[in-house]
Design a protein around this ligand. Sequence first.
Ligand SMILES: C[S@@+](CC[C@H](N)C(=O)[O-])C[C@H]1O[C@@H](n2cnc3c(N)ncnc32)[C@H](O)[C@@H]1O
Length: 298
Amino acid sequence: MYQQFDLQLDPALYSLDAEEKAFFRALTGINNDNELKAHVIAVQKKAFEVYTHPCIRTFDFAWLKMSRLPAYGNLLAMAQERPDPILLDVGCCLGTDVRRAVVDGFPVGNVVATDISQALWDLGHELFRSSPAHLPFRFVRGNVFDPAFLTPALPLPTSPTVTPALPAQRLTSLAPLQGRVSAIYAGAFFHLFSFAHQEHLARLLAGLLAPAPGSLIFGAHGGRPTPSVWAPAPGASMDCHAPDSWRALWVRVFGEAGVRVAVEAHLRTTERGGRDFFGTWPGNAQPFHVLEWSVTRL
Ligand SMILES: C[S@@+](CC[C@H](N)C(=O)[O-])C[C@H]1O[C@@H](n2cnc3c(N)ncnc32)[C@H](O)[C@@H]1O
């Protein structure tokens, strides 16, 4: 299980690349690099009080990640090809990735972002100087493992059915999205949970997926060359799949409902400003691998 740690903030870890700085400049209107850094660090401090987690400490929450995955082009294509495709970001944190998708053309009214923390989502508005009135994402707070919030359901059989648009009323759970979501994104999310919970989560997300061929679940999180527990430091451990075991998991989850999927999965070793996710931890000799993946209905 991925645990909470005794971590201290370190402003020296701030490292937005050129594309990310341009993205922040465009959305916040802050054009001076030093001002931008001070602004991001100020929001980071508040976020860290809510969620004492490495992804806040390393500024991971401000990185563009979804748009750099191989399946991202398929997501953007859906916005052109489907009448009302729904994008769901599970564990959206401050909402950096969904903002990128909207800038790149995905209709904001069709995006649902969900997280267990309302406070982190609200801090996203502070980070990007946006307001819910002007950026009408649907945000719905909840725990994905709470069956009242995300009720387990078998994946629908694949068919060319056109999925109805998002209901107009405010969402209070993910129940209205069962079998209706064209694309589900899960960034740095699965690795928070045990192997057993990861498989359960895969089943829960599979039940949300729209029946049309091409419907997509994709993401990235910690992985290893063999399925194993990554334990970089005392008190920190992560249940990590390997590409083969991750592919097998999704084929099993959908196969039980007679649904065929194509699964892409590969590992990437992180090289982010010379520091990996846990690279600044003393005694950490184990590199952090990112498992990048997508599951597509055939
Ligand atoms: C490591 S962050 C990843 C955030 C973002 N997707 C990214 O790639 O940077 C994990 C997020 O999952 C949320 N989270 C943790 N457990 C959750 C749960 N059971 N249900 C919903 N969200 C959860 C946390 O609040 C946090 O925002």
